[in-house]
Design a protein around this ligand. Structure first.
Ligand code: SAM
Length: 223
């Protein structure tokens, strides 16, 4: 059996054992096939991790960059509870429509606000309106704009908030300082920004599993 097959088998085992999905989550995950980026949703065990982080810090307000079919959105929305709010930013009308239907079907329609348009512009609009800070930010949209999204997240959070940046390993390519891949550059720029900003304390982990070899970075606003 290849390494990739074993990775999928282990993820399947872990998800079956620890991460039960109800019909709405399964439908949302499967509906990603109808989006512009099939297969780009987080794996169930990562969705559950986002929910656990949200619950562990008692987050009520969550901001997500990159909605797709709303799979991660549903995990986050259920974790903030019925009085909470998840604002999720999506550029594709097609994806936003699918996510809206999935959020409604999952019973979190009232919790989820989908802002249609380029995420950087939507984030700027939120900054201009001077809303209450977000407790958790999940950055999972177009990778070349990661640094811009991280900067926006710093404007939109408070000390104690948590920021998760997804897909930071990119099958190992992130370690190549000479990479000309825009996605890799986007990750490296964001990590450099985070490392240089005294308001952030963080780490990053490599992951293997059904989504291949990747990873995520986790930051806490310390000031
Ligand atoms: N968070 C989702 C999940 O785990 O279920 C997956 C998000 S997928 C990796 C990335 C999403 O970002 C896609 O739906 C894509 O259309 C969206 N996207 C790409 N560029 C964008 C932009 N400039 N502004 C907002 N959304 C964008």
């Amino acid at each position: 059996m290849s390494h990739a097959d074993v990775q999928v088998e282990v993820d399947d085992y872990l998800v079956e054992t620890l991460v039960p999905e109800d019909e709405a989550l399964v439908a949302a995950r499967e509906s990603a096939q109808d989006t512009t980026m099939p297969g780009a949703a987080v794996a169930p065990n990562q969705g559950k991790l986002l929910a656990l982080l949200t619950e562990m810090i008692g987050a009520h307000r969550v901001l997500e960059f990159g909605t797709l079919a709303g799979y991660s959105t549903i995990w986050l929305a259920r974790a903030v509870g019925p009085q909470g709010r998840v604002v999720t930013l999506e550029v594709s009308e097609q994806n936003a429509g699918i996510a809206r239907r999935n959020a409604d079907a999952a019973g979190v329609g009232d919790v989820v606000e989908i802002m249609l348009g380029p995420a950087g512009e939507s984030a700027d609009r939120i900054i201009e309106t001077g809303q209450a800070p977000f407790d958790l930010v999940f950055i999972d949209a177009d990778k070349p704009n990661n640094a811009r999204y991280l900067q926006a997240a710093l404007e939109l959070t408070r000390p104690g908030s948590v920021i998760v940046l997804d897909n930071v390993v990119r099958a190992g390519r992130v370690a190549d300082q000479d990479s000309t891949d825009d996605d890799v550059r986007g990750v490296r720029d964001a990590l450099a920004l985070a490392a240089a900003d005294p308001r952030l304390d963080g780490t990053a982990l490599q992951t293997v599993g059904s989504k291949g070899w990747d990873g995520f970075a986790l930051f806490r606003r310390v000031s």
